[in-house]
Design a protein around this ligand. Sequence first.
Ligand SMILES: C[S@@+](CC[C@H](N)C(=O)[O-])C[C@H]1O[C@@H](n2cnc3c(N)ncnc32)[C@H](O)[C@@H]1O
Length: 267
Amino acid sequence: MITNQEFERVVGYIKRKSGIDLSEKKVLVQGRLDNYIQKSGYRSYNEFMDLVEKFPTGAEAEILLNALTTNHTYFWREYEQFLYFKQTVLPKLKEKEVSTKDWRIWCAASSSGEEPYTLAMLCLDFLGLEHLEWDTTILATDIDTNVLEKAVRGVYTKDSVENLPHQYVRRFFRPLNENEYQVRDDLKRQVIFRKFNLMEPIPFKKKLHVVFLRNVMIYFDEKTKARLLENIYDKMEPGGYLFIGSTESISQCHGKFRYIKPSIYRK
Ligand SMILES: C[S@@+](CC[C@H](N)C(=O)[O-])C[C@H]1O[C@@H](n2cnc3c(N)ncnc32)[C@H](O)[C@@H]1O
């Protein structure tokens, strides 16, 4: 059982480290941690948190953070945005970068990989054989090391893969068994997965053409969102595209991005 003081300690730690605001989520915190605390023999949450805070890069700190992120995602989520990406954004990018043949696309809270793999499929499909001349690698990052491992494995249930257009399933996946499909190597090579915490300074040297930042700002407060959006804005190419989740908004906390259509903005 977590005490109020312990709950506040966990909430404060997670907010400082990841920006995620769990202050109203006591049931969720307990639901995800009680079992682990008991099974591991801790006598209290404080005993666990002592260790987490003493070794912020240690295993317990990672387990805590991984347990308290929410990773829900699926293939072809909010597919109108993917269609806009393929039909409008990619043709413009191709024209603009014809001399460099270099696109810089960042999927900034990629969870278990469904979103960045979809972006990679759309790029390969759009460019056809020309893709061999282009650097279209997608950078996909998340703070949660469990989902990143799953993304790198690239194994998904048959049901989840079947959300995608059928020609993509045939071209980019191979059946592993009755219930599972694996992403083919040529698609895997198009996505680089890395651990990255959005609360840290963005380290990229070259500016980004497209940023997918979907369904992660809902966990942050307004101040955190505003700071993150400002950092991202600075790292984008003029005219670069920002995609956010359909239930999210940025207008109140960030006025610089130009609204294009629901959930799509430009620098
Ligand atoms: C609900 S998922 C969204 C996945 C995908 N973008 C989508 O829209 O389907 C949110 C993801 O954000 C990640 N996340 C939360 N806080 C983060 C932070 N501070 N830095 C990086 N990733 C974070 C979580 O680990 C989780 O995988």
